[in-house]
Design a protein around this ligand. Structure first.
Ligand SMILES: [Zn+2]
Length: 333
């Protein structure tokens, strides 16, 4: 008798776009067979409508689906399936699992978007390239700083909500206020919106010798990480200096993570990861100053074992990772 194919659905709900994919989980190969994008309808009032759109797309796959994984750009309690706070989707204290179950009869797991992307990257990239590595940290460098942690091949889920929220490591006591309400977080320094805001402030206070003014037509509100990257490509000294600063701050976060977890691989993903060639050399240099200099000559020096991998395109990893997480939680036994 022909063996039935095992399918899950992965859903990745972001601030503007929701991605839905059909994941073939046969033989642990995890192939994204179908993929569709729909507009996210933000706001709690639109929740029912949003889920109806998603379920309509799932039905179009016309496959027998066995489980469903959902990633949301939000603080999540996975055990209860609750979205605690989704600042861009504008949901607060929503039991997404319950709402889904009212409409669809499938086992369902809800996770943070950076966590599901980490699962996707681990299974589709890292495991192929480094099959023996099981301790991975993934840092999403974008508007904010997100993270996902794989320990012994499994996603670290934590107790109630914030496992791998690495962006909110406090790296400066009494520092500037962060979007999370705390002060001096890593994200406050290198989350793209803050990183760019601080550069704009600098450029407003004094005149610098940089092509950035020209790139933004003298309208600094148009500055983006992409333009800063382009300026660095043109060897603009000011822009190169900013990326150096980015690498130095990121080094503090990475160093803390190595201290706690002693990982084999650190992945940089998200839009800003594209600029890695400008910040990674400084990160590596800086880590030597922060990270246990007294054992730096030892062959067991943990920083020596870390490989840095850049995954610049993260478009599908969240979707496929959500599908894999559903498989791992409900079907892999
Ligand atoms: Zn914060």
């Amino acid at each position: 008798m022909k063996k039935k194919k095992l399918y899950t659905v992965g859903i990745d709900i972001g601030g503007t776009t929701t991605k839905i994919g059909l994941v073939n989980c046969n033989n642990n190969k995890f192939v994204l067979e179908r993929y569709v994008e729909v507009d996210t309808l933000p706001g709690q009032n639109n929740l029912d409508k949003m889920l109806d759109v998603i379920i309509k797309e799932i039905n179009k796959f016309k496959k027998e689906i066995t489980a469903c994984g959902v990633g949301v750009a939000a603080l999540i309690n996975t055990k209860d399936g609750v979205v605690i706070k989704a600042p861009n989707v504008l949901w607060s204290e929503v039991n997404l699992k319950k709402v889904f179950h009212r409409k669809i009869n499938l086992p369902i797991i809800i996770e943070n978007d950076a966590n599901v992307a980490t699962v996707g990257i681990y299974h589709t990239i890292i495991k192929k390239k480094y099959p023996n590595y099981k301790n991975i940290i993934c840092l999403t460098l974008g508007t904010g700083i997100g993270g996902g942690i794989i320990i012994d091949g499994k996603l670290l889920m934590g107790t109630s909500a914030t496992a791998a929220e690495v962006g909110h490591f406090v790296i400066k006591v009494n520092g500037e206020k962060c979007g999370c309400g705390s002060y001096g977080c890593l994200e406050r320094f290198i989350g793209a919106r803050w990183f760019i805001k601080d550069i704009v402030e600098t450029l407003k206070t004094s005149k610098y010798d940089t092509i950035i003014y020209e790139l933004v037509n003298n309208d600094l509100s148009l500055l983006t990480p992409k333009l800063l990257y382009e300026a660095a490509l043109k060897k603009d000294k000011f822009a190169l200096e900013q990326w150096k600063k980015f690498g130095k701050y990121l080094a503090v976060g990475v160093c803390n993570l190595i201290n706690i977890l002693n990982p084999e691989i650190i992945v940089f993903t998200g839009g800003v990861a594209k600029a890695s060639k400008f910040f990674l050399p400084f990160l590596k240099k800086e880590i030597k100053n922060y990270f246990w200099p007294v054992i730096s000559k030892s062959r067991y020096y943990p920083a020596k074992y870390v490989k840095y991998v850049v995954v610049a395109d993260k478009k599908i990893y969240g979707v496929i990772g959500a599908g894999i997480l559903a498989y791992e939680n409900f079907l892999s036994l």
